[in-house]
Write a protein that binds this ligand. Sequence first.
Ligand code: UTP
Length: 296
Amino acid sequence: MSSSRQPITKVVIPAAGLGTRLRPVTKIQPKEMLPVARKPTIQYVVEEAIRVGLHAVLIITGARKRAIEDHFDKDLTNHEAVDELDYERLGVRFFFVRQSEQRGLADAISLAEEFVAGEPFVVALGDTILWSDANQPLLQRLMDVHIQQGAAATIAVERVSRESVSRYGIVAPKSGTADGVFELVGLVEKPDPDSAPSNYAIASRYVFAPPIFDAIRAIKQRPPGKGGEFQLTDAIQWLLEQGRSVWAVQLARDEKRYDIGNFETYWKAFLEICLSDKEFGESVEQHLRQMLERRD
Ligand code: UTP
């Protein structure tokens, strides 16, 4: 059994990637700091974690990512107008570690081993906002399934169209997927639509037990995976090959993943989240409607 029953309190947020798809915006600026309506992207990620009781936050940074550390300095966390969560009162602590060479997500996660100190932990990608109006937020459901199943890894998944599977890590379910929680037999990074084992894509949130670090060490003995990087999906596949159990939890109907890693999805996320703003959402919507009418 790889996972203990202790409550999970730690979250690791990888934010060291180069963001090449958003150049020149990301030439100097970290993509995780790009604003979406009122906050930088990574602040949504941190707050999603705090809401489910994760109060030790490790952010993996790298070259030209200093703004992230500055952003979570005390002055922000005391500034009511910026933030509805009082980080200090909630006892949230920030830690930072630097990935000096961008060798892939698995390499980034390997830097969290000391911080994690033998406990299960959450991974939430710093360039993806997970919007949830569900009663039980996705991270809570992921942690519950992880602990109940004694899993080595538990992964958030979302259904995507068949044609788009080659843009994602895709999972292979063991059997039925009807209730949105299922065990996996495999996973593959960016498969061809013809050979993809399903259309459930890995959705940027994970829970891991400590053996993930053995898995990353093992895959680093081999040549890098797709894109010349050490892929987290390969490390999870290694866990499965060792007979460990890996589970998936599907995003609920009222949950949405906003990936800000390319211009198209970034702009859509920006617009959609602006429209939900209590103060200005309606007037922005009106403006858009008028704009579109004029174009017709
Ligand atoms: P991506 O692969 O989407 O980010 O990683 P990227 O490499 O920055 O993007 P492009 O392809 O160059 O545009 C998803 C998340 O994992 C982090 C990224 O910062 C992002 O939040 N990441 C990725 C790392 O921390 N280290 C890496 O080596 C790779």
